[in-house]
Design a binder for this molecule. Structure first.
Ligand code: NAI
Ligand code: MG
Length: 360
């Protein structure tokens, strides 16, 4: 079959890791007789440099016209980069927020899985890991603090800043439905994470999640406060199957969960809306500290491409093949430096991509 993929390499390590995911997709195309045509779009700092804005309307239109979007990461060194000396709406991350909003990608699916082979890279002791770690974070992506009113001003000689956290019941319901749907295909256990002891938006979140849960009697629902959840993730990670949560809590908790898997370089993600068009990207950022060195781990991006095959193209067999290839490479002992441990074999970004593509 034919699919149009919009590639957005972005900044920092973005181009390096997207190139490897493309390699793997090309191997899939050859093996299974598909055709992927790519259109490369600018977003983030590279778009600011070329076009003056982090995402042009033309790029948005091209993304909308594609079957799926594969993204690296955007942004630079926040403290030092020239891209951050401008208004917030013109910074690299604004491109990311804009494309999520324009494509109405309200559901961010972030699987966190600890490969047996990477146990040595996991900072938790074996007895804490227990039966293993295999969970999904369902993060609401187009509401909450990221899209509320932001304001900085000076009042009575004091500098003040405000960020508004806003949710309506429709926004909560649609991500909750996706969360329960995902849980139905897994261990049927949803932990909804909020801060209902303090926030009104969280109290509404709880109510709406309860309403949705009524349609899924087979799924066990538990509510957990976000601070407790942060603790539980490192105290007893095996208890988690699906975490359902709002935008910022999901952002923070998924970075925490990533460390249980050994490295943030392993964490893939899919951002979905109501239709088939999705955006796929690693959960990490542009890692300016290691950009250009050829050492970034491309696995998160490769696994994101596998999610693209699965969710946007309905190519389950092909997605399975990519995931199996990643597992095989790890089993053979190949590691980028973020997941390296003694006795394994260190490789760079491009070699890791070659190894995975060859095993597809
Ligand atoms: P980051 O995720 O880019 O890096 C955090 C740490 O993890 C760094 O030490 C980095 O070297 C390491 N790391 C990340 N990905 C890796 C990989 N694939 N292989 C090996 N090591 C990896 O987060 P940070 O440093 O907070 O942000 C850097 C820039 O990225 C900022 O401009 C930030 O705004 C942006 N960012 C962009 C995101 C996106 O495009 N979706 C998401 C998060 C941050
Ligand atoms: Mg983040």
């Amino acid at each position: 079959m034919d699919f149009r993929v919009a590639l957005i390499p972005g900044d920092g390590i973005g181009p390096e890791i997207v190139a490897e995911a493309r390699k793997v997709l090309d191997a899939v195309a050859v093996k299974y007789g598909h055709r992927f045509t790519y259109e490369t779009l600018l977003m983030g700092g590279c778009s600011i440099d070329a076009c003056g804005v982090p995402l042009t309307e033309e790029a948005v239109a091209a993304a909308k016209a594609s079957d799926a979007v594969l993204l690296g990461a955007v942004g630079g060194d926040v403290g030092n980069s020239r891209w951050y000396s401008v208004a917030p709406g013109l910074r690299p991350e604004a491109g990311l927020l804009k494309i999520r909003k324009e494509l109405e990608l309200f559901a961010n699916i972030r699987p966190a899985y600890l490969y047996e082979e990477l146990k040595a890279a996991c900072p938790l002791r074996d007895e804490i890991i227990g039966e293993g770690f295999d969970m999904v974070i369902m993060r609401e992506l187009t509401g909450g603090l990221y899209f509320g009113v932001h304001e900085t001003k000076e009042e009575d000689g004091l500098r003040k800043a405000t960020d508004v956290l806003n949710y309506n019941e429709e926004e909560i319901r649609r991500i909750a439905v996706k969360g329960f749907e995902v849980a139905m295909k897994r261990r049927k256990n949803v932990i909804s994470v909020d801060k209902a002891n303090v926030l009104d938006s969280s109290r509404l979140w709880r109510k709406v999640v309860e309403e949705v849960a009524a349609d899924y009697p087979e799924v066990k629902l538990t509510h957990m406060l976000v601070d407790n959840c942060a603790m539980q993730l490192v105290k007893d990670p095996a208890q988690f199957d699906v975490i359902l949560t709002e935008n910022m809590f999901g952002d923070i908790l998924s970075d925490e969960a990533s460390m249980v898997t050994g490295s943030i370089g392993m964490l893939s993600s899919a951002s979905l809306g109501a239709g088939k068009l999705g955006l796929y990207e690693p959960s990490h950022g542009s890692a300016p500290d290691i950009a250009g060195q050829g050492i970034a781990n491309p696995i998160a991006t490769v696994l994101s491409a596998a999610m693209m095959l699965r969710y946007s193209f309905d190519l389950d067999r092909e997605a399975d093949a990519v995931e199996a290839a990643v597992r095989q490479v790890l089993k053979e002992g190949w590691r980028t430096c973020d997941i390296y441990s003694e006795g394994t074999k260190k490789v760079g970004t491009a070699e890791m991509g070659d190894l995975i593509a060859a095993r597809v």
